[in-house]
Design a protein around this ligand. Sequence first.
Ligand code: FMN
Length: 222
Amino acid sequence: MHYDATGRNHGLKFDPFKALAVPRPIGWIATVDRNGVPNLAPYSFFNAVSDRPPVVLFASGGHKDSLRNIEDNGEFTCSLATYDLRDQMNMSSATVAPGVDEFALAGLTPAASTYVKPPRVAQSPAAFECRHWKTLEMPRPADGKGEPFIVVFGLVVGIYIDDAFIKDGIVDTPSMKPLARLGYMDYSVLTPETVFSLNRPITTEDGRSAKLVSGPWDGVYR
Ligand SMILES: Cc1cc2nc3c(=O)[nH]c(=O)nc-3n(C[C@H](O)[C@H](O)[C@H](O)COP(=O)(O)O)c2cc1C
């Protein structure tokens, strides 16, 4: 099949778009409201878009609490959503009233951040502390249905890593078992068994070809 995506004319049971943009990392976004009450919610329209400086983004379908809090005070954290925390992550997505603390709702502990006010999820093995950089409103959908998405960019100003996951100077990400969002209500999980490495091709001196060198990575991103 091949269809006009602007009109969403897929003819399938459900819109397949999100089942094809996979796997998506989950940014578990924590903010604080004007009264200092913490807010927590998962966002899978989330990714890193630069590492110098480190920048992440997430997209909110309309004005949700996380976005409103960031507009108010310019700070958020994103904790790593892991397989062991999948039920708590899911519970924190409940559409509860503004001012309801989803840390408490999901049975999670807020841990104080170092560089920003919003806490991180204490049970999560890693978290970014972010300052709002820019907000970008996506185009309205052609069918006019639903509020447009709003993308929030955050400069990562602090990074927490549980030392138990650092081995020989390398972060053992697969052992953290990060969750990945698929389409529908489906998820996947990164584990040590599913990881493989590929060395980047090294360009020849004349710039017209490239070769692959096997063996351990030489530490250069090409
Ligand atoms: C795994 C997962 C990923 C989600 N990703 C998004 C997303 O990218 N954008 C969005 O607007 N809502 C997303 N949601 C729904 C929000 O988490 C939900 O609307 C939540 O109540 C928003 O909370 P807030 O109003 O406290 O920000 C996701 C839900 C789940 C379970």
